[in-house]
Write a protein that binds this ligand. Structure first.
Ligand SMILES: Nc1nc2c(c(=O)[nH]1)N[C@H]1C(S)=C(S)[C@@H](COP(=O)(O)OP(=O)(O)OC[C@H]3O[C@@H](n4cnc5c(=O)[nH]c(N)nc54)[C@H](O)[C@@H]3O)O[C@H]1N2
Ligand SMILES: Nc1nc2c(c(=O)[nH]1)N[C@H]1C(S)=C(S)[C@@H](COP(=O)(O)OP(=O)(O)OC[C@H]3O[C@@H](n4cnc5c(=O)[nH]c(N)nc54)[C@H](O)[C@@H]3O)O[C@H]1N2
Ligand code: SF4
Ligand SMILES: [Mo]
Length: 880
């Protein structure tokens, strides 16, 4: 048994971060006021005490504001028993009338393994359909397909420490600095300790990750396969191929022929950069190639993955310290979901749904009455089947598809039209939850208990620290209760998460005997106490193998036990057209998590980038007559967005980048997936989320505004975007028609019909400044004008609820300098403070900024930005 090395202090619990796939260990303690204090667990192998900005702010996001605390059926709060009865009855009726394929579950890589196992067992073993798919289809499906083609199993061969041990780390389609910040910090520290280590970033745009790169290859969108094909040719040409390793690999001649036929100029890279990359890679043995969504979310995602793996198979640089392809998972349990078989085309424990003996083994173990016989519908097809009425009942758990699925307006319409929609969430305020007939309240992180698997196959416990609020219950419990009411009580009778885990671990032993790599049967007999004290461990864990890497010896899980190279012919993404000439790339920002239902509760996290934006190259902005801070309208046949222009050299000409985080809850028109067509990779079914063709133009706003308010605002304009600030909300506004009566407008905006107001209105210039007070304290303020409003936003927000007679000046008083937009979220250090420290010469390095201001000294997520600000604000030598 794997026990924790030493117990946490009294009142403190060990748990795991609910955000990214790094899977950091956390020490959390209830603060007695409903919140939590958190710090990194020094004993967790993933983070060794570190946390990023999102992890450190977890304590601010566990409050009960906005939580769904009771089941609702058709908008009415009901008892659990009633809600569960309705769900079981409706699902059973649809199955009886139309067959098992008329129902579906759409679940999430953020579910705990125990939840996931139960959902998969119910759908595939007892309902008898494989119509369970997961948001991992939008995330990891291409990696799963690529690994299975190459290795015969969905096995990530390496470990995190390989990034530290490598002499060359290639990051392709990964903004590690913002999306896997602690892993990035481990890599950055390793490079500081060993400067000879080289880092190459392959990404069409310049990201924060590029700050530690020796080489940034801004490749043409979608051209990774052409690049790695060029690498395979270079491996052959330079004699870097490892022929003895390849005696256990098939497909090399075919892969090489295909690679020779592909055109490296498709990458658009300068010949010298391309040559430098090929030289570096072919002359280094310890190479790790990290890939993420720039690879997976592509209409050729599976081929890109195999183009990368081909190179590692050809050199045998795989499964040994400091070597290997490394697909990093995004969600906290994306890997666990792959293990339990959460995808419609998998079974459980890496068994194959299309293999009769695998199906029989699982059916025997589950004693299941109705085993699914074929793969189910993948996410995009699943929502198409909802749209065309083939699927008549769907249960959506722990995901927000109305925002995050491609063609999101069509998906929203499909869910709206579906006869029966169940949503399990922690809040009713999501775009998807608003469409539910039945809403089931789930316990959230901090309240629930189970296991997750991170990117390097380390399984760790999430533990409950806070009490279950209201009637919230764990997702597995709701699933098991519905299963029971559908007549399957015996197979779903667990009382605890430990019982589910034991069953799952036992099944993995059977899978292991059928040749599966995922075998953790050493853990199939845990007592409740063992499970409670379970320390992080890396799978597999069985009598034959405990933890470690895979494939160093060249034995694989394919039928012939050999590694398979796949011949790759690169395919470009959807063509741009004259009407839709821009390539729209989408992804993440540092301090928000997906649709922001949790991170947006933290004012600290909301300050980094408080508004949806589109990154656009200066030459494109100039051509479209877009000035800094103007609004831009993006459109295509699928949908439309209005976003703030962020004019930046980071974007390549002709390419745009916009974040995926904003929803109908947080902005008027910024659900970026409304613009993403549902084009998928033919093998994995994963959508191409990063290469939509769009038109861009200046949004012809007649007026712009900025507002802060202690109470929620009531949007009144064509454009708005809101975010939390300490003590209230902030909102950006713009409209096509300037209000005639600004005071009346502001009263509606703030829902303050009678409050005392102070106004400065210059009707001729179209300027309005309006503040509302109660008992001398600032309740709300609106600044508006015909051009984007230049007012100190953080300063204004900081005056809410304060006695503030001079607020309409819009500028801070001399004794209260405006710190500016937050750069360091942990220590709350603003850009103006940093600029002043740099320009005064007080701090001329990241370390000096840390000493002078504390910036970057806690989680370190902002260090790449501090480095950027140093370059931007350092005075030129001559001026000194
Ligand atoms: N802060 C934060 N962190 C997160 C998340 C979050 O919401 N917020 N979500 C988590 C999840 S679920 C995931 S899946 C991960 C995702 O982590 P990442 O994959 O690192 O994040 P993305 O921003 O989606 O995309 C990565 C990069 O791919 C680039 N890219 C686009 N097209 C191409 C291409 O054709 N080739 C190459 N080589 N690159 C391309 C984009 O410019 C972008 O910088 O992040 C996880 N971590
Ligand atoms: N354009 C574009 N689209 C993308 C991407 C992209 O890069 N670009 N990335 C894709 C990727 S990689 C991913 S992973 C997806 C993510 O997309 P989603 O999974 O749809 O986004 P989340 O906001 O994480 O949704 C999680 C939901 O679960 C709820 N929740 C939180 N805790 C619990 C709980 O304990 N139980 C239950 N039942 N619910 C809970 C939250 O309130 C929230 O509503 O988006 C995909 N979509
Ligand atoms: S890197 Fe940050 S978001 Fe990811 S697991 Fe660690 S603390 Fe959580
Ligand atoms: Mo993801």
């Amino acid at each position: 048994m794997i026990h924790q090395p030493h117990a946490p202090e009294p009142g403190q619990a060990r748990t795991t971060c609910p955000y990214c796939g790094v899977g950091c260990g956390i020490l959390a303690a209830a603060d007695g006021k409903g919140g939590l204090s958190v710090k990194g667990d020094p004993d967790h192998p993933a983070n060794k005490g570190r946390l990023c900005s999102k992890g450190s702010a977890l304590g601010e996001t566990v409050g009960l504001e906005g939580r769904l605390l009771a089941p609702r059926v058709f908008g009415q709060e009901v008892a659990w028993d009633d809600a569960l009865g309705v769900v079981a009855k409706r699902f059973s009726k649809v199955i009886a009338d139309y067959g098992p394929d008329a129902v579906a579950f759409y679940v999430s890589g953020q579910l705990l393994t125990e939840d996931y196992y139960v959902a998969n067992k119910l759908m595939k073993g007892f309902i008898g359909s494989a119509n369970i798919d997961t948001n991992s289809r939008l995330c990891m499906a291409s990696s799963v397909a690529g690994h299975r083609r190459a290795f015969g199993s969905d096995t990530v061969p390496g470990l995190y420490e390989d990034l530290e041990l490598a002499d060359l780390v290639v990051l392709t389609g990964s903004n590690l600095a913002w999306c896997h910040p602690v892993l990035y910090q481990r890599l950055a520290s390793a490079k500081v300790a060993r400067p000879a280590m080289k880092i190459v970033v392959i990404d069409p745009r310049r990201t924060a990750t590029c700050d530690i790169a020796d080489l940034h290859l801004a490749i043409a969108p979608g051209s990774d396969a052409a690049l790695f094909n060029a690498l395979l040719v270079a491996i052959a040409d330079t004699g870097a191929a490892n022929l003895s390793y390849m005696s256990n690999v098939t497909g090399y001649p075919e892969a090489l022929t295909a690679a020779c036929a592909s055109d490296p100029t498709e990458t658009g890279l300068p010949a010298a950069d391309l040559a430098a990359f090929l030289r570096l890679w072919t002359s280094t043995e310890k190479v790790v190639t990290v890939c993420s969504q720039g690879i997976n979310q592509s209409s050729s995602g599976s081929d890109k993955v195999n183009a990368i793996i081909n190179c590692h198979l050809a050199t045998g640089c795989i499964g040994r310290p400091g070597m290997g392809p490394f697909s990093v998972t995004g969600q906290p349990n994306a890997m666990g979901g792959r293990e339990v078989g959460g995808l419609a085309n998998m079974l459980a424990c890496h068994l194959d749904i299309e293999n009769q003996s695998h199906r029989d083994a699982v059916q025997g173990f589950w004693a299941s009455p109705a085993m699914a016989q074929k793969p189910g519908l993948k996410a995009v097809d699943m929502f198409r089947a909802v749209a065309d009425g083939t699927i008549k009942a769907i249960w959506i758990i722990h995901t927000n598809p109305a925002v995050t699925m491609p063609d999101a307006d069509a998906v929203t319409a499909a869910i709206k039209a579906c006869p029966f929609v169940v949503v399990s969430d922690i809040t009713a305020q999501t775009d998807t939850a608003q469409l539910a007939h039945v809403l089931l309240p789930a316990t959230a992180w901090g309240e629930k208990s189970g296991t997750v698997t991170n990117s390097d196959r380390t399984i760790s416990r999430q533990r409950s620290i806070l009490p279950r609020p209201g009637k919230a219950r764990p997702d597995w419990w709701a699933l098991a209760q519905v299963a029971t009411r559908m007549g399957h009580g015996n197979a779903f009778a667990w009382q605890t998460e430990a019982e589910i885990f034991n069953e799952y671990a036992a099944l993995s032993g059977i899978a292991g005997s059928l040749g599966s790599d995922f075998d953790i049967s050493n853990l199939a007999q845990l007592s409740e106490a063992d499970y409670a004290g379970l320390a992080p461990f890396t799978w597999p864990q069985n009598p034959r193998k405990q933890g470690g890497r895979f494939f160093a010896t060249g034995t694989f899980h394919t039928p012939d036990a050999r590694g398979h190279m796949v011949p790759i012919t690169p395919r470009a993404p959807q063509a741009l057209t004259a009407a839709h000439p821009f390539r729209l790339n989408t992804g993440r920002i540092r301090d928000q998590w997906h649709t922001m239902t949790r991170t947006a509760k933290s004012p600290r996290l909301s300050q980094h980038l408080a508004e949806p934006f589109v990154e656009i190259h200066p030459s494109d902005a100039a051509r479209l007559n877009i000035q800094p801070d103007d609004l831009v309208e993006l459109s295509n046949g699928h949908g439309r967005n209005i976003l703030r222009a962020l004019i930046s050299q980071n974007a390549a000409p002709g390419q745009l980048f916009a974040p995926m985080h904003w929803t109908a809850e947080t902005a008027s028109a910024a659900r970026i997936d409304a613009l993403v067509p549902s084009i998928v990779d033919p093998i994995s079914g994963q959508p191409e989320s990063k290469a939509a063709a769009v038109a861009a133009q200046l949004y012809p706003a007649q007026w712009f505004g900025f507002a802060v308010s202690a109470t929620p605002l009531q949007p009144q304009s064509e454009y708005w975007a809101r975010a939390r600030v300490p003590g209230g909300w902030r909102m950006e506004l713009a409209g096509l028609h300037t209000p005639e009566d600004w005071v009346a407008y502001a009263r509606r905006l703030f829902a303050l019909p009678g409050a005392e107001s102070a106004t400065v209105i210059d009707a001729k210039r179209g300027l309005a400044r309006i503040a509302f007070h109660a008992e001398g304290r600032l309740l709300a303020a609106l600044f508006a004008g015909p051009s984007p409003v230049a007012v100190g936003r953080d300063h204004l927000a900081s005056r809410l609820n304060q006695s503030e007679p001079t607020i309409l000046a819009g500028r801070p008083r001399a004794d209260m300098p405006d710190p500016g937009a937050t750069v360091c979220a942990c220590l709350n250090v603003g850009i103006n403070t940093i600029r002043a420290a740099i320009q005064s010469g007080r701090a001329l390095s990241v370390a000096a900024l840390g000493e002078a201001l504390g910036a970057g000294t806690s989680c370190g997520s902002c260090r790449p930005e501090l480095a950027g600000l140093l370059t931007r604000f350092k005075l030129p030598e001559a001026a000194e």
